[in-house]
Design a protein around this ligand. Structure first.
Ligand code: IDP
Ligand code: MG
Length: 186
């Protein structure tokens, strides 16, 4: 039992972290990368990327039935995103804690969403619903998008692997050892 417990605690996982278009547009790329870097996780892959509608839909396929799904796809494809693969013991759960709750207004101070975001844009949704503003490409430059919360993080080790495979091509990930590794891990 105990060896099994210790083994599961030492499981090295990988997570897919993505700085969403609002994070890139607002100049938060360095700040967000820095939080994962300072924690000590191992960066395996990193790129600035403009994703297609098809890729965004595949990534978020579990949310297909949600009413905000079309707006979510519109948001994710509205500008470049920063794709990252991070590795470490417990990295999936730890990254979710660093990121904070889905709704930035409910995210704790100290988390990325709690510190760096306010609203996902639900007010704009109301405005769109009454036909006062059109959710067209033009409006993107003014931030009139729904679902904004600056960053994505995988919700399970399985999804971490699935999403890294989806967003990165072969040869885009690096195998390397941090010089600080002995100072971080036993
Ligand atoms: P997560 O990103 O915290 O894992 P999910 O439930 O997986 O949250 O939803 C994926 C993304 O869809 C969110 O990060 C956010 O951009 C958007 N989203 C989820 N729920 C809502 C909502 O109720 N209103 C607006 N956007 C939402
Ligand atoms: Mg999620």
């Amino acid at each position: 039992f105990l060896p099994h417990l210790v083994a599961s605690m030492e499981q090295v996982d990988q997570t897919y972290i993505m700085i969403k278009p609002d994070g890139v547009q607002r100049g938060l790329v360095g700040e967000i990368i820095s939080r994962f870097e300072k924690k000590g996780f191992l960066l395996k892959g990193l790129k600035l990327f403009e994703c297609t509608k098809e890729l965004a839909e595949e990534h978020y396929k579990d949310l297909r039935e949600k009413p905000f799904f079309p707006k979510l796809i519109d948001y994710i494809t509205s500008g470049p995103v920063v794709c990252m693969a991070w590795e470490g013991v417990g990295v999936v759960a730890s990254a979710r804690k660093l990121i904070g709750a889905t709704n930035p207004l409910q995210a704790e101070p100290g988390t990325i969403r709690g510190d760096l975001a306010i609203q996902t844009g639900s007010f704009s949704e109301v405005v769109f619903a009454f036909g006062l503003l059109k959710p067209c490409k033009e409006s993107h430059s003014h931030g009139k998008l729904s679902c904004r919360n600056v960053v994505h993080g995988s919700d399970s080790p399985e999804n971490g692997l699935r999403e890294i495979e989806l967003w990165f091509k072969e040869g885009e990930l690096c195998q390397w050892t941090q010089v600080q590794a002995p100072w971080l891990k036993e």
